[in-house]
Design a protein around this ligand. Structure first.
Ligand code: GLY
Ligand code: MN
Ligand code: MN
Length: 438
């Protein structure tokens, strides 16, 4: 993403705001991990979307007031400080920030209180995400109070505060070409990481060895952080949806479920693959695996513009429930099982979510109480699964098998593009790649 891409996002936001409005968008702050150390910094997604400035403790202020032709974009950021920079790393400072980022002006954070008061004064509306960032909530409250309390009513506070997320979430739902380029790249790295884990797998190694392989591949390709906590669940652990201990020894005869995706320039990949530790599926594993794959592939056939996620979800439920009946895991008629939700013992999560800067990305799933129609530019996951608990009242051959297959699909004008196609998922492809090993 370059300054032109970020300027375009800012312009779209300013056009969507009511005339004579101002927006305040805070950056994230560092969060303490333990004494004197912080979690790795992760920029706020809204701030990242609009400017891509990589430092904490900054504010972006955008105005579409009629006095600024084409709008005004102002950044407040940490000032240069040689001593702080020796300890904590380089800072752009306002001068360099103005040269390198999509803004008209930049000021040091120390000037925020005074300058923000002057900037907000006279605007009719303030666009802001209340409740999103406690420090920013306090700042906005103080600015509004100061404007209202100005002597002799010499200043004009905005008459309304409008939720900026109403606009930004809709914008973020449709990815630009520049965003898609990054998402394709993130997806490609994540696919290679899954292949690496498949090749590395063997009995006696530990789940954390596979996690290490995955993270190594991410980092070696410049995606230093996973987009979410990596799940490596072998055997029964695959039936724990958010398993992250990743510390059990891999055993022959078990499957291993890996749900892992990297974050690249803020954008997430979110892939799940399930494969046999040994490289060879057992008969029972094959039957359940083929069913999950069939559900996913059939679902793909309805993933297109104007259809809905709900349609795809319903279809996945139908295919999985029918398959479970045929395997003798569920009994009775398809319609009764669906109505009584019996499948939920074995398929208990949703099929899909939006994907973007956040792994569970923003954007409402319903519009005016109706399921939202898919549209070109949206990116979503498709992730059916079957999880048979070790103590489920079924034939013991099924017990402790957990399978999920998850891909990332971009809706196009003519259908979809599978961004994560390169991660093998047919039984033949998985067994073939694993037989070649390291
Ligand atoms: N990795 C999180 C999810 O699949 O939703
Ligand atoms: Mn997902
Ligand atoms: Mn996932």
């Amino acid at each position: 993403m370059n300054t032109t891409d970020f300027s375009a996002s800012q312009q779209r936001l300013m056009k969507a705001m009511s005339p004579n409005s101002i927006a305040i968008v805070p950056a994230a702050s560092l969060v303490t991990r333990s004494r004197d150390t912080e979690f790795p910094f992760r920029q706020d997604s809204y701030f990242q979307y609009l400017i891509g400035f990589p430092e904490p403790d900054a504010y972006l202020v955008l105005s579409n007031h009629c006095e600024y032709k084409g709008g005004l974009s102002v950044l407040f950021c940490l000032d240069k400080d040689p001593l702080q920079e020796i300890w904590h790393g380089r800072r752009f400072g306002p001068k360099q920030a103005k040269e390198q980022f999509a803004i008209d002006m930049a000021f040091a954070l120390d000037e925020l209180d005074d300058k923000l008061l002057a900037l907000v004064d006279g605007h009719e509306h303030l666009y802001f995400a209340q409740g999103h960032n406690p420090g920013a909530d306090e700042l906005v409250f103080d600015v509004m109070q100061a404007l209202r309390d100005a002597p002799k009513q010499s200043k004009q506070a905005p008459t309304s505060v409008i939720d900026i997320r109403l606009i930004l979430d809709e914008m973020r739902l449709i990815k630009s070409d520049a965003e898609l380029e990054i998402m394709r790249h993130a997806a490609a790295i994540a696919c290679q990481a899954h292949i690496r884990a498949m090749k590395f797998s063997e009995a006696g190694k530990n789940e954390y060895h596979l996690e290490a392989e995955i993270h190594h591949e991410f980092a070696m390709q410049g995606a230093r952080h996973p987009a979410y906590g990596t799940i490596v669940g072998s055997g029964d652990n695959a039936c724990i949806l958010h398993y992250t201990e990743n510390n059990q020894t891999l055993a022959n005869g078990d499957l291993v479920l890996i749900d892992a995706g990297c974050e690249l320039q803020g954008y997430a990949a979110d892939i799940t693959r399930t494969f046999p530790v040994s490289g060879k599926f057992s008969e029972a594993q094959k039957q359940l695996y083929e069913l999950v794959l069939k559900a996913q592939l059939q679902t793909f056939s309805v993933i297109k513009a104007n259809n809905t996620i709900q349609q795809a979800s319903d279809l996945a439920i139908e295919v999985i429930t029918q398959g479970l009946i045929e395997l003798g895991i569920l009994q009775g008629e398809l319609a009764d099982n669906i109505e009584q939700l019996t499948y939920r013992e074995f398929y208990m999560h949703g099929l899909s979510h939006w994907l973007g800067l956040d792994v569970h990305d923003v954007g409402h799933y319903k519009v005016n109480n109706e399921d939202r129609a898919l549209k070109a530019g949206m990116v979503l996951t498709v992730e059916p699964g079957i999880y048979i608990a070790p103590d489920a009242k079924v034939d013991s051959k099924w017990q402790g098998i957990g399978i999920r297959i998850e891909d990332n699909l971009l809706i196009t004008e003519s259908g979809y593009e599978n961004l994560t196609q390169a991660a093998p998922k047919t039984i033949a492809d998985i067994e073939s790649i694993m037989s070649r090993g390291n």
